[in-house]
Ligand binder design. Structure first.
Ligand code: C2E
Ligand code: CA
Ligand code: CA
Ligand code: CA
Length: 279
């Protein structure tokens, strides 16, 4: 029994150390990637429900490592947050997304809003507003063409400080969007104090619209609450015609999801802009 116990322990510890070293390898690669800015942004359109047209896009980071292949953001963003690398990476995302949006405007496409994911750690930095301001100035993009996607977490800790920050961002002219709305367990009272332009209804609710009456109730409640508060509603993760029909019936303002397009390369997104298709 003793021998068996030891061998089990050895197997266990081997697995753990394998996982650890795997993470350490990725961590090392991540440092290199952050230094060399080895990332790409893909773009996923937002469709305005009334006009049926592309009115915006979300920038989504992509990392292709020559040895490891494609590493999804759900895997490396948490690591970037743990190591603090999210700050330089996030600054690069901000810069690149703004530059791309300005480039599309300069090419004569109808101006669209660029949504940019902001990690709580980035938002918490003292220089965050300055970084946004300088980036926009450097790139020459008007602030109204970006929306910062932040999560409800900002309404849980350092509330007073965060309200102040959001107000300063609003003064600057950028838009504020609450990402993954409904999953953060924060108090709804922040809607009265936080200057918010839009909320993105989390995909987990959208997913269950067709088979779960509770999810339908949640989605329609969020939409009518947003409308009553003058906040725009965006449904994320729309994959089926049924889901689209439901959110349209509820008068949701905008939608995003595989039904319209997956996140695509800048070149392919440009084709969408050229097509100017009606959805
Ligand atoms: P998110 O901000 O909630 O982004 C939405 C995710 O859902 C994206 O995954 C997108 O590709 C995916 N998605 C969109 N429509 C559909 C759909 O119809 N069905 C399904 N199944 N999925 C859909 P992605 O690109 O893998 O990103 C995952 C998460 O990584 C993001 O979730 C966000 O939290 C984070 N992330 C991505 N890019 C950045 C970034 O530049 N900065 C930061 N801080 N986080 C990022
Ligand atoms: Ca997002
Ligand atoms: Ca989201
Ligand atoms: Ca999400």
């Amino acid at each position: 029994a003793k021998a068996k116990g030891r061998s089990q322990y050895q197997i266990y510890s081997k697995t753990i150390s394998k996982q650890l070293s795997e993470e350490m390898v990725i961590e090392k690669y991540l440092y290199e990637a952050a230094e060399n800015q080895d990332f790409m942004l893909y773009y996923q359109p937002f469709i305005d429900m009334e006009a049926g047209k592309v009115v915006g896009t979300e920038a989504l980071i992509r990392w292709y490592h020559p040895k490891k292949g494609f590493i999804p953001p759900d895997k490396f963003i948490p690591l970037a947050e743990k190591t603090g690398l999210i700050v330089p990476i996030g600054n690069w995302v901000l810069q690149e997304a703004c530059r791309q949006n300005k480039a599309w405007q300069d090419q004569g496409y109808k101006p669209i809003t660029m949504s940019i994911n902001i990690s709580a750690l980035q938002f918490a930095r003292d220089d965050f507003i300055e970084v946004v301001k300088c980036t926009l100035k450097e790139v020459g993009l008007a602030p109204e063409y970006i929306a910062l996607e932040i999560t409800e977490g900002i309404a849980v800790e350092n509330i007073e400080e965060n309200i102040l920050k959001l107000r300063q961002l609003k003064e600057l002219g950028v838009k504020i969007s609450i990402d993954d709305f409904g999953t953060g367990f924060s108090s709804l009272s922040y809607f009265t104090k936080f200057p918010i332009d839009s909320l993105k209804i989390d995909r987990s609710f959208i997913q269950n619209i067709t088979n779960c009456p509770q999810s339908r109730a949640i989605v329609s409640t969020i939409i009518s609450m947003g409308r009553a508060l003058g906040i725009e509603n965006i449904a994320e993760g729309i994959e089926t015609k049924n889901q689209l029909d439901f959110i349209k019936k509820e008068n949701c303002n905008k939608a995003q999801g595989y039904l319209f397009s997956k996140p695509i390369t800048p070149k392919d997104f440009e084709k969408l802009l050229i097509d100017n298709k009606k959805y």
